[in-house]
Design a binder for this molecule. Structure first.
Ligand code: UD1
Length: 342
């Protein structure tokens, strides 16, 4: 056994894939998740994939007493991966206080408990949203952060700042923030994947639901951007590849290989893909036609962004592996599985 890792938000989309990868390489995992955007059944699915049932504690990290009691009774945690957060951009504009309270307080409470119970390592789930629309592409970690477009985006910026300040004030605590580009796809077993609540905001769940007949038509938000085909460009990263970046980051912290108390890394493929290219790749990979129409631009959308992954490649030794097509096929297999289309 390599050590015990606390994964907050471990039944969520990226969290569940990360729990699987941690267990696959021999870590013991304990999950805290309030199930606000996932179900307890995910723990069964993880157990089915790995043969190991992670310990699971359903509560919200805003509750400092519960969190403290959890740390009191759970000895030997070597590191924390903190995913638990609200993540819907539109909702965050309508309910900013709920986003600030949940996302910020959860991190503050975690740090208080980590300090008290002598847990020193934190991997934090950040986002390329901190870069806004960058002046230069691809985006390196030196690219300046921009003022956030939404309260959700701002919680990522503020949490990074809290980590920066706290790791400065408390030399025992070390942290790595991973700035994800656009995570897509599902585990190849199709036992875990993304489970959006209601109408999906993100592109790939909308594509798979349209192909599955749940949605009539996908809207492509804009074809008049300054890009080769006019649609927006993103860097779509396979969720299993992304999960593996967390395992590497944990190893780096636990082996004390980090060069500073707070490091951050872009996690993407390094390739920019337009919405229309993604639709083509989906049709090619799955043989499914997607009914779509070109619609107006979506407010707040970034025109194009993709990662420079040199730092993650060289310093973490991490590389994305899956092709866009195999990733889209995994998303489709997952959609078919949950809609019982097989
Ligand atoms: C969005 C959030 C970002 C967050 C990320 C989490 C916004 C503005 N940004 O990123 O802060 O970190 O999700 O995954 O919401 N698209 C369509 N039709 C659709 C849906 C999307 O054409 O029905 C296009 C979008 O215009 C965009 C691309 O698909 O060009 C990707 O959109 P999406 O999956 O929502 O991700 P982001 O906007 O990159």
């Amino acid at each position: 056994m390599k050590g015990k890792i606390l994964v907050t938000g471990g039944t969520g989309y990226i969290g569940s894939h990360t729990v699987v990868e941690l267990q696959n390489v021999g870590f013991e995992v304990v999950i805290i998740d309030d199930l606000s955007n996932s179900t307890a059944g995910v723990v069964d699915q993880i157990a089915q994939i790995t043969g190991i049932r992670p310990e699971f504690h359903p509560f919200n990290l805003q509750n400092l007493d519960l969190l403290d009691a959890f740390f009191e009774q759970t000895k030997g945690i070597g590191a924390v991966i903190h995913f638990a957060a609200f993540k819907a951009v539109g909702e965050s504009v309508k309910k900013p206080l709920s986003y600030y309270r949940n996302n910020i307080l959860s991190l503050v409470n975690l740090f208080e408990c980590m300090d008290k119970h002598r847990v020193n390592n934190l991997v934090f789930s950040s986002s390329c949203t901190v870069y806004g629309q960058p002046a230069q592409l691809p985006v390196t970690e030196q690219t300046p952060r921009k003022e956030a477009e939404s309260p959700y985006g701002n919680t990522k910026i503020v949490c990074e700042d809290i980590i920066r300040d706290y790791t400065k004030a408390n030399p025992r605590i070390q942290s790595i923030a991973l700035r994800y580009f656009n995570p897509i796809g599902a585990h190849p077993s199709a036992l875990i994947g993304e489970l959006p609540n209601g109408i999906p905001n993100n592109l790939v769940p909308f594509v798979t639901q349209t192909a599955a007949g749940l949605r009539e038509q996908l809207q492509v938000f804009g074809n008049d951007y300054d890009t080769p085909d006019g649609s927006c460009i993103r860097d779509y990263i396979n969720v299993v590849d992304l999960a593996k970046a967390h395992v590497v980051a944990i190893g780096r912290l636990m082996d004390k290989k980090n060069e500073s108390a707070f490091e951050f890394f872009n996690v993407g493929t390094g390739k920019g893909v337009s919405v229309l290219e993604l639709l083509n790749a989906f049709e090619k990979a799955t043989g499914q036609k997607v009914n779509y129409r070109i619609a107006g631009r979506r407010a707040g959308d970034i025109e194009k962004i993709y990662a420079d992954t040199t730092k993650a490649n060289q310093v973490l030794g991490w590389h994305s592996a899956a092709s866009l097509e195999e990733t889209l096929l995994s998303a489709w297999n997952w959609e078919k599985k949950i809609r019982k289309m097989d």
